[in-house]
Design a protein around this ligand. Sequence first.
Ligand code: PLP
Ligand code: COI
Length: 361
Amino acid sequence: MKVISNPNTNPVSSAERDKRVAEPGFGKYYTDNMVVAEWSEATGWADAKLQPYGPITLDPAAMVFHYGQEIFEGMKAYSQPDGGVSLFRPDANAKRFAKSAARIALPEMPVDFFVKTVEELVKADAGWVPKKIGESLYIRPFMIATEVGLGVRPSNHATYILIATPAAAYFNSAKAVTVWISTEYVRAALGGTGEAKCGGNYAASLLAQKQAAKEGCDQVAYIDAKERKWVEEMGGMNLYFIKGSGKDAKIITPKLTGTLLPGITRDSILTLANDLGYKTEEAMISIDDWRDGVKSGEITEIFACGTAAVVSAVGTAKSIHGTWQTGDGQPGPITNQIRAALLAIQHGSAEDKHGWNKRVI
Ligand code: PLP
Ligand code: COI
């Protein structure tokens, strides 16, 4: 499968594009092009098409509208010191996209084909990649069920679409995020879709997010569905807890039990923290451990991590069990160090020891 290129012949003017890239926000502006690929049960994947960004037309009975058969990914392209552009671990996104597809009974897209579509879009829209450290081109691949019909069964037609948006930080890195630990709503149960990046997981999280906002919190932290005590992750980020300080600090993240999304940032930080000389652990962490740990001072820092969020400190946590704060409520030194170290690799100013960057331009 290849990508047939028919790019936008009427792109946004370079002056207007530069203005948008200078103040990108998150999901506010989209690039000049997109990639579309169709799959059918009978013929498999057709060649992808790079074409002008714009609305799509779908039959109102397309299955995605009725039963939510949809998956997506989130990845970024980073400007490099010499003016080039790199992707960060695109193969990992491609593999997770294929796993999500399998779970939602959508077709798996070959890893090389997925990565090729991303590379072609980034090459076509290279002028949209922000240059500032911590800013990037956020890339959103997704796939929807496009067979027309109302029977509840896997669609025999799927459409893959790839769009991109220049993006600033999802959160202000100078401030800690406040979280609402939801004891009422769960994100995922064993056997469910927690490990897949499907739209349904996010739809199900919105009410809890609304509740968090009402409680004055930025984000929701979810606990496990069975025992209702183990901390899992946030709605769109994984979590890390730091015990101790300095070189003796230990960096701990909730274990992947089958209900958490296996974050690529989470996985990268396990390696990166070791490179920086810290001990790391994947462990079960309860709400009590969280509360008691920050109260006693054993837990010194907490951060959330993800493609959009990068590394963002978590300050105050609130739940029906009370409110407690990590440290002085401000981003801590190890959180800041890990954030800077990760961004340095992604932006090409530190050595990429693990071969994570894939140069596109
Ligand atoms: N957990 C959830 C539920 C997410 O949506 C994301 C974002 O993609 C993450 C964790 C972090 O994953 P990654 O680091 O691969 O972006
Ligand atoms: C990401 O970090 O890429 C996400 O998907 C999180 C959120 C914006 C949904």
